[in-house]
Design a protein around this ligand. Structure first.
Ligand code: SF4
Length: 229
């Protein structure tokens, strides 16, 4: 999808994760502009509110921590932007300079998640979100940053293999971005995937996947209005 000057449209990093979780849900939010809050969303928001406090920059165990760091990558085909929960700066002579700081640093993204799934180290959509953040951090600061997920329930950090599997993540991300821009351009909500897992989805009441798929929320609202008039 291109803007008026013929450039590819921007994509928020968070929306990539939404699309991976359920393309239909992403479409309802982004194309139909629907949103429903539930306990899972609220819990995640509370954790993010605590993290996203720009006054909470601090130094711990020799590492500088910057919260709510805004990043972007405006190279095609990425054109991504978003906010990072926490960027850790680890002093390292082989690292990169950071504006406003003395010395050079190895950079590390730390993404906070409320719960770790049982039997799974990390979710692929979470890893892809951090990979997209990495593309932005590497673009803005240079170097090769690392990606970590911190699970609040088990207080555990998981190192993500983003540098080791760069090509696989990169190809997958480009494919996702192309699909998302295609749906946006057509103004079409993606259909519900076969075997889509819906537990914990905040949009269940709007989507009602067990009753029948809604092709367009706007059409459904129009129909209801016609009946009640
Ligand atoms: S209820 Fe299921 S199909 Fe519907 S938006 Fe949520 S995850 Fe997707």
């Amino acid at each position: 999808m291109s803007n008026v000057s013929g450039e590819l449209s921007e994509v928020t990093i968070r929306s990539i994760q939404h699309y991976m979780y359920c393309p239909h849900r992403w479409g309802l939010m982004e194309i139909e502009e629907s949103w429903a809050e539930n306990i899972f969303v609220t819990k995640a928001n509370l954790i993010h509110e605590r993290v996203h406090d720009p006054d909470k920059n601090y130094t711990a165990r020799g590492k500088k921590n910057f919260t709510s760091v805004q990043v972007y990558n405006d190279l095609d085909p990425y054109r991504l932007f978003g906010v990072i929960d926490c960027l850790e700066l680890v002093p390292d002579v082989k690292g990169v300079p950071v504006p406003g700081e003395n010395g050079t640093y190895r950079l590390r993204i730390v993404e906070y998640k409320p719960t770790q799934l049982k039997g799974q180290e990390y979710r692929e959509d979470d890893a892809m979100q951090v990979f997209a953040q990495k593309l932005c951090v590497d673009y803005v600061f240079g170097g090769e940053c690392e990606g970590i997920i911190y699970y609040a329930d088990v207080k555990k950090r998981i190192h993500l293999p983003l540098c080791e599997q760069f090509t696989e993540y990169d190809e997958k991300l480009k494919k996702l971005l192309s699909e998302m821009r295609d749906y946006r351009e057509k103004g079409k909500v993606p259909p519900i995937r076969e075997k889509q897992k819906c537990s914990g989805c905040s949009m269940k009441d709007l989507c009602m996947p067990t009753i029948k798929p809604i092709k367009s929320l706007h059409d459904e609202i129009k129909k209801i209005k016609r009946i009640t008039l």
